[in-house]
Design a protein around this ligand. Structure first.
Ligand code: AVI
Length: 318
């Protein structure tokens, strides 16, 4: 029986770079905060709760596609790969693949390391024979995997339509980097959310009980911590809606009143109604999603979807 182990690594990115990035975003003509700052430990838990909401269809639709087409997916992927889970979160999506793919090693990568470590420790108890490695990395800008990743055939797993949180150009660049990390025999299994009616999309990103609102507002608490800023969450309201022209759902935080936010070395005045853009979630037509993968250098792309064609699970070979 193979030995199981839990290795770890943290992103060495200097906190000075985070401060510069946040400051530039807050002082821009239209204020913005990168969506990666949504994911502190509480933000990751709130995202977990979003995935349980009746309005948030992507998680359950993707899971249903994997359940229905699991045998075909397993045939395409093969067994014994190194499964590299990008943005692993609670690792639930990858865990559903374990009985199908029997990976030789599971490498879970997430920006929120403490949340990830707890998830892996739980998962390791359920699957003691799989070697597991947790990496606390911001893989949005680089995908250099450290030596803890064993040699062998790699399957990058990028579920949940996280690719939609990049612009299409950024998505292509990211997919190219993933393609380069695949070597010649690797592959990518990715979930991509498809364009659908605006009412369904609006509800998914502005749910009735306000979990998505809490998820969005929590970014201000996280920024207070990282930047030493004095955002008062009660002065802001959540906005989440589909922008059909740009084929994306947008999340913003809107000032309820005129206010000033201060942090060491900076401040910004917001008028009542002024917004901070916190996230885009691009929705693709199936042909555009396939095109994106092909432009990134993947070949032999296979698509599985649900009966409503709301979501696509795509296997793309390097
Ligand atoms: C992680 N990502 C794919 C989610 C999405 O749907 O864009 C994040 C999210 N934002 C609001 N609800 C969920």
């Amino acid at each position: 029986m193979p030995t199981s182990s839990l290795a770890e690594a943290r992103d060495a990115r200097a906190s000075g770079a985070i401060v510069s990035e946040l400051t530039a975003g807050l002082l821009g003509k239209s204020a913005a905060i990168s969506p990666k700052f949504l994911y502190d430990a509480l933000g990751s838990r709130l995202f977990e709760a979003i995935c349980e909401l009746p309005e948030y269809y992507p998680t359950r639709t993707e899971a249903a596609i994997v359940a229905r087409h699991g045998a075909d997916i397993a045939r395409a992927v093969g067994v014994g790969t190194t499964l590299i889970d990008l943005g692993a979160g609670n690792c639930a999506k990858a865990a559903r693949l374990f009985p199908l793919l029997h990976p030789a090693q599971y490498v879970a990568v997430d920006i929120s390391y403490d949340f990830l470590r707890e998830s892996i420790e739980r998962l390791q108890q359920r699957f003691p024979h799989i070697e597991m490695t947790g990496l606390g990395l911001d893989f949005s800008s680089h995908l250099d995997l450290p030596g803890v990743v064993r040699p062998g055939k790699r399957l990058f797993f990028y579920p949940g339509s996280s690719i939609g949180n990049y612009t299409p150009d950024e998505a292509r660049d990211f997919l190219r980097r993933a393609r380069d990390e695949c070597d010649d025999d690797g592959a990518l299994l990715i979930g991509i959310d498809l364009v659908k009616d605006a009412a369904t999309l609006d509800a998914a990103y502005d749910d009735a009980i306000g979990v998505t609102a809490a998820f969005n507002l929590n970014i201000l608490r996280h920024v207070n911590l990282l930047l030493g800023a004095d955002f008062d969450v009660a002065q802001w309201r959540h906005r989440g809606f589909f922008n059909a022209d740009d084929s994306r759902v947008e999340m913003h935080l809107e000032a309820r009143e005129a206010l000033t936010v201060r942090w060491p070395g900076g401040e910004r005045r917001f008028a009542a109604g002024e917004r901070i853009h916190t996230e885009n979630s691009y929705k693709y037509r199936q042909s555009a999603a396939v095109g994106l993968l092909e432009q990134a250098g993947f070949q032999s792309v296979h698509v599985w979807t649900d009966p409503d064609q709301w979501f696509a699970v795509i296997y793309a070979r390097a």
